[in-house]
Design a protein around this ligand. Sequence first.
Ligand SMILES: *Cc1c(COP(=O)(O)O)cnc(C)c1O
Length: 326
Amino acid sequence: MPFSDVTLRDIYLARQRIAKVAKRTPLAHSPSLSTIAGSEVHMKLENLQVTGSFKLRGATNKLESLSDEERERGVITVSTGNHGRAVAHAAKALGVNAVICLPEKVARVKLDAIRALDPEVVLHGESYDDAVEHSFALQKEHGLTYVDPFDDPQVLAGQGTIGLEILEDLPGVDTVVVPLSGGGLLGGIALAMKYADPSVRTVGVSMVAAPVMYHSLQAGKVIVMDEEPTLADALVGGLGDHNQYTFRLLQEYVDDVVLVSEEEIGAAMAWAMNDAHLVVEGGGAVGLAALMAGKVENLGQRVAVVVSGSNVATAQLVEVVQKHGG
Ligand SMILES: *Cc1c(COP(=O)(O)O)cnc(C)c1O
């Protein structure tokens, strides 16, 4: 059954809705990464997005699509940090009350940035999946609207706007390489690409440490895994007990998913800093890491890689650059 829950029109509608809150990010050609990868590589710089990650696109589109009554009651979400910050930012911009649920071990730099936006913050549980359970309970108790970090048609359409921008800036793109956790980013971009031309290859990249979507796609069903420590903290967490959209969407539209090690992620963060002078967090660097390590096959001539976030503590980045910077 073709995926019809998000149409190309939904993605164009999203673009109009988010234009005042999220910015159009640059697509920057990288000569040195092109040499390493053996294809012309262009980086979609969502690390320069307002709030430091692409998550602002989906969150803003979701909040813009709420009814007056839903806006009045407010929203709730769960996050490893970047989505929470995006929802808090969009909620503030649109005058909506937001509750942001986070696991207790959320990266400090992300928590501080969320708190600065003044939402109601709830820290709960050891793992991301624990925080998800708690956010569902709060949502029911208070009658709030749930803003899922990935498994929502409006969120997918919002992330899909990145695909439109890549197509405009690099119409001949052969392969798009995208960081992958729950699949909102990859799913939205894959939809935009496949609507335009089904021959464009879409490739997801996750970390070796507990890549839930990767193993779920291999198993043909959504599975649950225990979290493992990783530099890519933004990619940690499960797909939810009732995944409705992203798993099915990726099964249908994504050509390949590859994995990168902690070493490879560290090397990519260091390369981004030293060579491209870009601050990139671990989760944002996995696409770069896959290209640097030669993990993506059939790249073709023109490649776009999404650099998805920049929210990393300076001290951690310095440590990683010293360790992996050569
Ligand atoms: C959330 C996030 C991802 C993964 O997005 P999904 O839609 O969950 O697959 C990638 N990179 C960064 C920086 C993120 O915050």
